[in-house]
Design a protein around this ligand. Structure first.
Ligand SMILES: [Zn+2]
Ligand SMILES: [Zn+2]
Length: 750
């Protein structure tokens, strides 16, 4: 007989881990017990050598689907003669156990929901230890029912029996519920509960072309019939969201296969338990045009709660977009339901409070890798590994697409996608969530990192903490985010093509090449700078970037002649001459805007990046030829000179070559630029690894093209996967740099 004590850490609470231990112990005739602790699960087992070994093997190699065992240490101890296994009460104390993200409904629960003989038949809140809400219902840890928004629901005897039965898949399933004892749906019209079956009322409203707000896991969605053009257009008007694509929920994988092109990787991602929105290529036009106008891609998700399964029962597709006006944060509190009145004709809600706003995640599959464009539901708060420094770090993130991150040990806990901090409601959530993370992960920041930009709210927040502060240049953070994600410790090259961010020299950067490591990188190259006419306003006026570039490439008179609105152009250039509101930038995002305008794809934009997205979609792979960037060496730095490229693009535009050809030739030029600059820098530095990051690399043609061209030259190429390539990944890069800085004896913070 042997006896072992086991310390198991990772995501091992709220995921059916102790029932799993119980079943394994019973199978192997082991005695002992298991209990939840602050760090995970503590267990003791007693039995034969072979049985103990088999148990340890199962823990390490075959845990339940949602569990993630980070470590399982076993230490021999004196046998006690125990022959039965028990689940002991949780131990209170310090908090390091990981919290599971919200998980899509499992097959077993789905079967019950559609089984007329089951007591949970058509019950929208069915869940078990393998699925259901987690992060969106947790108030405090340990993760016990009393610390969740299920606290108010007292389990009926039947549910209680499941909850107490170690062999049941609902053993200690904290959100366990049934029609007797759990949350209930209600259907509100004009703020009052309507009589009748809420699901039937929902169906009737949708069929009439109306919009219904639906309370989900992390907030309210707005739903309407995705095949009813009038319904979708009306929703756009009400949301004041005129062009940004809407996401759709499709009934099942079959439907998705019919309406979209699906690779095996995309199928797997779409149907995985995290259930993100996956950006897919449309096939045919069965859905309303105004869902994603002018866009070849469609954001698709499959039902991820039993409620969704019931809503999709008799239909193929619903528009399911976040419940907010324009770019404001999604509404998630019951108290804010009245604010939905202008957006929806009715509200399908329920009485289980949402503890925090968590948006849908957005992902693509590219080069066989899942790449997150927005990291939120299904992923948060699962940590991303990061080489820590022994101190707790809070990285404040950027301003747009903000996320923050808290590093403890070698785990980076990224907050859910916040959005743009200019919004006061977003700013409030930002501060609240940072406090919540500190509480949930029992981590008080000892060190903070932020952007160089003094006016970002995230920077001001970080400064207000009174901690040692590491300011991090925006694009170096992008560079470091790739190096840290792939744990690249050698010196590498980085190409960071982005919108705009403040540079070391006070200029606006965004088309940068770096050489170095997380700890130390130098600016090895950048785009030839041009003025942003009218400052940030140029983001929504791509024609201004085209004008500024044309002036430098062709001279003022010719540039003005090419302008459709010469009067306004002259005013902007005169202001620039007078030094008014025309900061100099080296932003690749803005050069994409310029080309989009030259190509006639888009001269004004309703959201940042719209012109670049449409330019990518316009690209015609059949077009021959390529433009060229010049590479000029100036004081040890490579300048990416686009002047000849702009002249060629204008010549094509005037000769009627078409947007497809102009776009394709420009994309090829960008790929060739990265390859040629990398080759030059490899000779100078010996670096054989290349990191690609920044918002422009959301562009598939660019990302795929750069991977292929660089790999053909023998480079090892990396980009972001677990954190977004856009500003949603900035916090992670900031944290990596802060951790590396503090470990450097030359640093004043060492
Ligand atoms: Zn389940
Ligand atoms: Zn019940």
């Amino acid at each position: 007989m042997r006896r072992y004590r086991l310390k198991i850490s990772g995501i091992v609470q709220g995921v059916g881990f102790r029932p799993f231990l119980y079943r394994e112990a019973a199978r192997l005739s082991l005695g002992g017990f298991a209990r939840n602790t602050s760090y995970g699960v503590y267990a003791e087992i007693e039995g034969t050598d072979a049985a103990c070994d088999a148990f340890l093997d199962a823990v390490r190699n075959g845990p339940p689907p949602l569990a993630r065992v980070v470590s399982a240490e076993a230490e021999p101890m004196e046998p006690k003669g125990e022959s039965s296994f028990a689940i002991a009460a949780s131990e209170p104390g310090a908090r390091t156990a990981l919290i599971s993200p919200d998980i899509g409904v499992c097959d077993a629960c789905k079967r019950e929901v559609f089984d007329p003989a089951d007591r949970r038949f058509r019950y929208p809140f069915t869940n078990c230890t393998d699925c259901g809400p987690r992060f969106t219902i947790i108030r405090d840890i340990p993760y016990d029912r009393k610390n969740t928004s299920m606290a108010a629901f007292v389990q009926c005897p039947a549910c209680r029996d499941e909850y107490d039965d170690p062999s049941h898949r609902r053993f200690h399933a904290q959100p366990n519920a049934c029609p007797e004892c759990g949350p209930k749906l209600s259907f509100l019209v004009n703020g009052k509960e309507a009589a009748g079956d809420p699901l039937a009322l929902f169906g009737a409203y949708i069929e009439r072309g109306l919009t219904v707000a639906v309370k989900g896991l992390g907030g309210f969605h707005l739903a309407c019939d995705a095949q009813n053009e009038a319904a979708v257009s009306r929703l756009r008007q009400r949301k004041a969201r005129y062009e940004k694509p809407f996401a759709v929920m499709l009934r099942d994988l079959e439907t998705a296969r019919r309406w979209c092109e699906l690779s095996p990787g995309e199928e797997a991602l779409l149907s995985c338990r995290r259930k993100p929105i996956v950006l897919l290529k449309k096939r045919g036009e069965p859905l309303a045009d105004s869902i994603a106008p002018g866009n070849a891609r469609l954001g698709v998700m499959l039902p991820y709660t039993p409620l969704h399964c019931l809503l999709m029962e008799n239909r193929g597709a619903l528009v399911l977009t976040s419940g907010n006006v324009s770019d404001r944060p999604m509404i998630y509190r019951d108290a804010d339901i009245p604010a939905l009145a202008g957006l929806a004709d009715a509200v399908l809600t329920h009485d289980r409070p949402i503890e925090r706003r968590v948006d849908d995640s957005v992902a693509v599959v590219s080069r066989g890798k899942v790449r997150l464009a927005r990291r939120a539901r299904g992923y948060v708060p699962e940590p991303v590994p990061l080489r820590g420094c022994g101190r707790v770090i809070l990285a404040a993130g950027a301003q747009q697409k903000n996320t923050f991150c808290l590093v403890k040990g070698n785990d980076a806990f990224l907050g859910s996608h916040m959005g743009d901090l200019d919004d006061p409601e977003t700013e409030r959530s930002y501060c609240e969530e940072i406090s919540a993370f500190e509480r949930l992960f029992d981590a008080s920041p000892e060190l903070a990192a932020c952007d160089l930009h003094p006016d970002y709210l995230s920077t001001r927040f970080a400064e207000s903490l009174g901690l040692p502060l590491v300011p991090v240049q925006h694009h170096r953070a992008h560079f470091a985010s790739v190096l840290a994600e792939h744990d690249i410790r050698e010196n590498a090259l980085g190409f960071i093509f982005d919108g705009t961010g403040l540079g070391d020299d006070g200029m606006i950067w965004g088309g940068e090449a770096f050489c170095g490591s997380v700890a130390q990188s130098s600016r090895a190259g950048h785009l030839l700078p041009f003025p942003l006419l009218g400052g940030e306003a140029a983001v929504r006026e791509p024609w201004r970037c085209a004008l500024a570039a044309a002036e430098l490439a062709l001279g003022r008179e010719e540039a003005l002649e090419l302008c459709e609105n010469r009067g306004e152009a002259e005013v902007l250039l005169r202001a620039r001459d007078a030094g008014i509101n025309a900061p100099i930038c080296s932003s690749m995002g803005r050069l994409f805007d310029a080309i989009a305008s030259v190509a006639g794809v888009r001269r004004t934009a309703s959201y940042e990046g719209q012109a670049a997205v449409e330019l990518e979609q316009a690209a015609d792979a059949r077009a021959q030829g390529s433009y060229r960037f010049g590479l000029i060496e100036e004081g040890g730095t490579l300048i990416f000179d686009w002047r000849a490229l702009i002249r060629d693009a204008w010549r094509d535009a005037l000769s009627g070559a078409g947007a497809g050809a102009i776009s394709m030739r420009f994309h090829r030029a960008c790929v060739a630029l990265v390859r040629d600059a990398a080759l030059r820098l490899r000779v100078q530095t010996g670096c054989g690894a290349v990191a690609l990051s920044g918002g422009c690399f959301m562009n598939e043609i660019l990302l795929e093209g750069c991977f292929a061209a660089l790999e053909a030259e023998g480079f090892r190429v990396y980009s972001n996967e677990a954190v977004p390539v856009n500003d949603g990944g900035i916090c992670y890069g900031q944290a990596a740099i802060a951790a590396a800085t503090i470990k450097n004896p030359a640093s004043p913070l060492f």
